[in-house]
Design a protein around this ligand. Structure first.
Ligand code: APR
Length: 252
């Protein structure tokens, strides 16, 4: 006899889930990222203008991230996977807090700060377990290394894979993202018509599209509470009244 398939939770996370670990959200700081104009440090033109500044910026961010610890929401998602649920995480975050919490299926839509990559061949990646990237650090083809992150104005190579994962979800849980950055935010339109979608964010009501269950709470409060219920019930359950308000997204 074949076993029933385990419920598949797909989680789409943004910087709000890491805010509780001390890593600042981007839009919380008025268009500045840790006091730097975003166009200077997170765009191809900023890199062309002053690569050293960009490297220094990411070297500091990397140190900050290495010191940060996974929060209650990261841990709860890893716990759910441990309990036997299939949990796929698609994150816009460049930190490794999901992995350090124990999640095993994490897709980094906007890259990973703890990796460097070649500036002539994007497939050439190098882990950075310690230290940062300096001018003169080169790939095996002899070109300067850059952070393995997707900058504004660059394509998002993992987006098609992320869409496929979302289309297989039994429930889509969106946590801590303003849903303002494309194409990432359009992932929500790739869920199946009958797949419920829940948004956890202190501003969930304002930023959620229609048809979504919006929970105005923090990641650290909201995610562990849902995970606790799901583990107790052995399924991706939502309170019935709230479930009724969740509908198809694609047709809207
Ligand atoms: N718990 C949950 N959500 C929170 C919390 C918290 N404790 N604190 C803040 N938030 C929410 C905010 O309400 C906001 O909706 O996190 C969201 C952060 O939004 P943004 O700063 O826009 O970050 P994000 O959506 O991840 O940005 C997407 O833009 O900065 C670029 O490339 C970068 O991947 C990033 C992308």
């Amino acid at each position: 006899m074949t076993q029933p398939a385990l419920p598949h939770l797909v989680v789409f996370t943004g910087s709000g889930i890491s805010a509780e670990s001390g890593i600042k959200t981007f839009r919380a700081s008025d268009g500045l990222w840790e006091n730097h104009p975003v166009e200077e440090v997170a765009t191809p033109s900023g890199w062309r203008r002053d690569p050293e500044r960009v490297l220094d910026f990411y070297n500091l961010r990397r140190e900050q991230i290495r010191k940060a610890k996974p929060g209650a929401a990261h841990k709860a998602l890893a716990d759910l996977e441990q309990a036997g649920f299939k949990v796929s995480i698609i994150t816009q975050n460049i930190d490794d807090l999901h992995e350090r919490a124990g999640s095993r299926h994490v897709l980094h839509l906007h890259g990973e700060i703890l990796k460097a990559r070649s500036t002539v061949d994007g497939r050439m990646r190098y882990p950075l377990p310690k230290g940062g990237i300096a001018m003169g650090d080169i790939c095996d083809k002899g070109s300067q290394l850059r952070p393995d992150v997707v900058w504004f104005g660059e394509s998002v190579p993992l987006f098609p894979e992320a869409c496929d994962i979302v289309s297989e979800a039994d429930l889509l849980l969106v946590v801590g993202t303003s849903l303002a950055v494309m194409p990432a935010a359009s992932l929500l339109t790739h869920v199946d018509d009958d797949t419920p979608c829940v948004v956890i964010d202190p501003n969930a009501d304002e930023l959620s599209p229609p048809g979504v269950l919006a929970l105005n709470t923090t990641a650290g409060e909201g995610v562990p509470a849902l995970v606790k219920q799901w583990k107790q019930q052995g399924r991706l359950w939502l309170p019935e009244g709230e479930m009724a308000s969740v509908g198809p997204l694609r047709s809207r």
